[in-house]
Design a protein around this ligand. Structure first.
Ligand SMILES: Cc1cc2nc3c(=O)[nH]c(=O)nc-3n(C[C@H](O)[C@H](O)[C@H](O)COP(=O)(O)OP(=O)(O)OC[C@H]3O[C@@H](n4cnc5c(N)ncnc54)[C@H](O)[C@@H]3O)c2cc1C
Length: 429
């Protein structure tokens, strides 16, 4: 195992190289500790642009960055590609698929996964989008269904293949449905001359509950103008791969349901049931220490820091993970040095969601605005937040090409999505 352990120096093990883990590890640079990061992927993922990978707007590689490369210059850092299975707190070890690893301080930064609310049928038939693999599945699945639609003789089946439903009330639902509408309005007739815009339908079930009423109303208006059919304040009851049933009685016949309706904390086994709270998140105190433990901490999406200032926990957004990660680095050093810790305070920088070219909504402190300025701001923030110069350049180039041509080049089916096994397959459709 590629693990540094210096005699007399505490070892901090971080599970997860997402926004939280990466920012924590960076802040520990040159400190008298050994940092070991474990992640089941060898790269950091920039999740906010997953939907653009799914829609074939940008390359998959441009939103990932190798974790080892991020820390090339950090001498007290090491990385192992490993999936952590169990935390053995009584022994101060974790069990991963590469073996058992000791820690002095453990930080759980494993993020969140898709929440299907226990509905196995919905889990089986809908398409989630939490990582690059799943975004590529959506890309293949969508393009395969468009290809099938072109040759389908049965009218109803053709219509179902060309009907796309996005379920989700957050920015992801808005962004995905907006991108589908753009594909329909600008690309469909060019790439598939036997199809026309009216053939493809895009539905969004629930809109922007997570943003201000002003932003939600602006997003709804813009999406409607782009041809997205929005069903507000309703819930999906069931989906069997063909018929989607909504609780207001609506039935939509569709082969494409993209699920962005909820998340739940991704908690490795072994944590006491008492520290798990709403949304399967780990309850921590105001220095990110897991309730009931002395040397285990949780940051980012997997953590619920429920304090009087944040009664619903820190928002499950990149800023929450970045800020808790950076702050924990300071407090870990205070603990190691025997100094008093400093409680975490969340600084809300606002939220942004893009709907399409020249169209975005923004909630920045008390300001709510939408349109071109919000879109420019969204692009700037996302471009600057991407890890790696090559990624910034690649995404910027793709966006520039899309801006002038209203088209993109990344609509490849590099691996088929097998609709029976619900897995990707290099050969079988
Ligand atoms: C589609 C989408 C769009 C989003 N858009 C926005 C947006 O516009 N703005 C915004 O602020 N936020 C957005 N978010 C949310 C934001 O990405 C998250 O809040 C943020 O990534 C959380 O960071 P994290 O470090 O807690 O977890 P993550 O970034 O999810 O990282 C967790 C890491 O842990 C690893 N891991 C998990 N389990 C294990 C295990 N058992 N063993 C080893 N490794 C493991 C994973 O591989 C991953 O690398 C979006 C999220 C998604 C999915």
């Amino acid at each position: 195992m590629d693990v540094k352990k210096t005699a007399g120096r505490p070892r901090i093990v971080i599970i997860g190289g997402g926004f939280g883990g990466i920012n924590l590890a960076k802040k520990l640079k040159n400190k008298p500790v050994d940092v070991l990061m474990l992640d089941k992927h060898n790269y950091h993922t920039f999740q906010p642009l997953l939907y653009q990978v799914a829609m074939g707007s940008i390359e998959a590689d441009s939103i990932g960055f190798p974790i080892r490369r991020i820390f090339t210059d950090q001498k007290n850092f090491s990385f192992n590609l490993a999936e952590v299975k169990t935390i053995n707190s009584e022994k101060n070890t974790i069990t991963a698929d590469i073996g058992e690893i000791e820690y002095d301080y453990l930080v759980i930064a494993t993020g969140a996964n898709t929440n299907f609310f226990g509905n196995k049928e919905i889990e089986h038939f809908t398409m989630p989008m939490k990582n690059i693999g799943e975004a590529l599945n959506i890309r293949s699945f969508m393009l395969q269904n468009l290809e099938k639609a072109v040759i389908e003789k049965d009218y109803n089946e053709r219509e179902a293949l060309l009907t796309f439903v996005v379920v989700g009330g957050g920015p992801t639902g808005v962004e995905l449905s907006g991108a589908l509408a753009e594909l329909r309005n600008h690309v469909l007739c060019k790439d598939y001359p036997t199809l026309c815009e009216e053939d493809m339908k895009v539905y969004l079930i629930v809109v922007l509950g997570a943003m201000s009423p002003t932003a939600s109303a602006a997003a709804k208006k813009t999406l409607t103008e782009m041809g997205v059919v929005i069903s507000n304040s309703v819930h999906v009851k069931s989906y069997d791969g063909c018929k989607l049933l909504v609780d207001d009685g609506t039935v939509i016949e569709t082969r494409n349901v993209f699920w962005a309706a909820g998340v739940m904390g991704e908690v490795p086994e072994g944590m006491a049931a008492g520290c798990i709270t709403r949304g399967n998140r780990i309850n921590t105190d105001d220095i990110s220490r897991v309730m009931g433990y002395t040397n285990i901490f949780a940051i980012g999406d997997v953590a619920a820091m429920i304090t009087p200032a944040t009664p619903n926990g820190i928002p499950g957004m990149a800023q929450g993970a970045i800020q808790t990660g950076k702050h924990l680095a300071k407090n870990l050093m205070h603990l190691i040095d025997g100094q008093p810790t400093v409680p975490f305070k969340y600084f809300d920088k606002g939220s942004l969601a893009t709907i399409g070219q020249n169209k975005a909504v923004a909630d920045i402190w008390k300001l709510h605005f939408h349109g071109f300025i919000a879109w420019l701001l969204w692009m700037f923030v996302h471009l600057m937040s991407l890890v790696g110069f090559s990624n910034k350049l690649s995404v910027f180039t793709s966006w520039a090409i899309k801006y002038f041509t209203k088209n993109t080049d990344d609509r490849l089916i590099v691996r088929f999505f097998n609709t029976k096994t619900r897995m990707t397959d290099p050969e079988t459709k």
